[in-house]
Design a protein around this ligand. Structure first.
Ligand code: SF4
Ligand code: SF4
Length: 339
């Protein structure tokens, strides 16, 4: 298969371009995951948010793109998972129609929730809705300690998150094998050159489990540890402290070749609210779209042609890709190799 020429990738001094480090382009695998970013609206405005989401953002999925996505979901049995994200996906147009179409087509449906949305006016039916539709809940809880969560996400967020997790547990989440509840850890944004790799997922999961069970009686399935990629608000914060380039260099120095086979962009497509396709949510937020071999933009409408889902040969890599491959790796499903 002939690979199309890559577009020029902006260089960062002292950081080897990602593909060059691999010695070859990062190639796509058969697509099994459709991740849909429904929009930028969110009830929170966290300082680590790579989407730069918030209550004042208005961008969201149009009905036309939503209908195309539903058609894609129904047409392709090779798609096993539909992953709904945002912003707060629940606040954005198209959330329920997409859930119901994907569930009806027999897909695993994941919702990335910030938990606090359950307590916003008009959203208190969400936990029961999630349970009724057997949604896999992937819930942000950037730490098991109150102070760290409130520092990253805002005052009162920890308390609301705990109440939301207890609510989900009461509905069977984290106990019933059909009601999976996974938590997501985000490290704090670095404030000095004393960088550290994301902690061991296994050890941190044990700490979360002990603390949440002991103090709140909460149970969950798995913890996903993420690395902060230097994009969005994290990049702004790093740049304000002259830490952007040193942080990227740190990630590149800890590149772990063993993670590369499992990076999430290889078997997924990430769609934005306009129907434009990207390799991952990070490329989506950085404005690095997928291109067809002839250089044209790749959109949801292209998935409805005879060419199908597997039209891309290579992933568009950028220097921040080292955030996915440093140490044990990082993805929407947590670490990529065991630690
Ligand atoms: S809850 Fe998630 S989407 Fe909303 S601002 Fe925080 S990190 Fe961003
Ligand atoms: S940021 Fe991560 S998921 Fe996105 S293209 Fe780079 S390696 Fe793949």
């Amino acid at each position: 298969m002939v690979l199309s020429s890559p577009p020029p990738v902006p260089a960062v001094s002292g950081v080897t371009p990602f593909d060059q480090r691999l010695g070859q382009p990062l190639t796509k695998l058969p697509i099994t995951v459709l991740q849909i970013n429904l929009g930028r609206r969110c009830n929170l405005a966290c300082n680590h948010c790579h989407v730069e989401a918030g209550p004042k953002r208005t961008e969201e999925l149009s009905a036309a793109v939503c209908n195309q996505l539903i058609e894609v979901i129904r047409r392709y049995p090779q798609l096993t998972t539909v992953d709904l994200t945002g912003g707060a996906p629940e606040m954005n147009a198209g959330f329920r129609p997409l859930v119901e179409a994907a569930q009806g087509a027999g897909k695993t449906v994941m919702v990335r929730t910030n938990l606090t949305i359950f307590f916003e006016p008009g959203y208190d039916d969400l936990p029961a809705y999630f349970a009724r539709h057997r949604l896999q809940v992937v819930a942000s809880l950037p730490c098991y300690l109150e102070q760290n969560v409130n520092q990253q996400r805002g005052s009162g967020v920890y308390d609301a998150s705990i109440r939301a997790l207890q609510w989900l547990n009461q509905l069977g989440y984290g106990q019933d094998p059909d009601l999976r509840l996974d938590l997501v850890y985000n490290p704090p944004v670095p404030r000095s050159e004393d960088f550290s790799l994301t902690p061991s997922q296994t050890k941190l999961e044990a700490d979360y489990r002990t603390h949440l069970r002991h103090y709140f009686g909460i149970t969950f399935n798995q913890l996903y540890t993420l690395t902060n990629l230097p994009i969005g608000r994290v990049k702004q914060a790093l740049m304000a402290q002259d830490l952007y380039q040193p942080y990227l260099q740190f990630l590149a120095e800890h590149h772990n070749l063993a993670t590369v086979a499992n990076v999430m962009c290889r078997n997924q497509l990430s769609v934005d609210y306009l129907g434009q396709i990207y390799d991952c949510d990070f490329n989506q937020m950085e404005g690095v779209p997928c291109r067809l071999p002839n250089g044209d933009p790749f959109t949801v409408a292209d998935l409805l042609t005879e060419a199908g889902l597997d039209q891309l040969q290579r992933v568009q890599t950028r220097p921040y890709c080292y955030g996915c491959t440093a140490g044990s790796g990082s993805s929407c499903g947590g670490a990529l190799v065991s630690d």
